[in-house]
Design a protein around this ligand. Sequence first.
Ligand code: ZN
Length: 146
Amino acid sequence: MGSARRHAQLLWCAATDRTFERAELKGSEVLAGKCIHCNCMVCVDLDGTRVLRATVEHIVPRTHGGSDTLENLAIACGRCNGAKGIRHDPSPWGDPKLMAMIERLQDRKRKRMREPLAGLALPPLDPAGAADEEAEAPAKGRKKRR
Ligand SMILES: [Zn+2]
């Protein structure tokens, strides 16, 4: 459920994050890079079949109105994003710790941003809820379904 969308989000995050590079993992091509929180290695499978420890992190948590735009998404390892990890969404809005965390993540995200890696077949990011970001259309001649 929603896994194709989730995978598209992971791929886009990885493709536009300078810590991620192409690598091979057990015979399949992956993008390997670093968790936004702890810098441990996470991998996203290019064909969408599986991921290694990679989960989508919302920098401004969805519970606080954070969107699914690329700017608000990052990749975190399952440990950081899991129940025992660095969950920041339960804190009330305005909580100094929460605000500091968001600022830190936004800063990190900005520093990691790059043009999408060339040569990747990136699936469309689900436009639902996402405003028109600057048009990033590396694949030419592709028809969008609506
Ligand atoms: Zn982590």
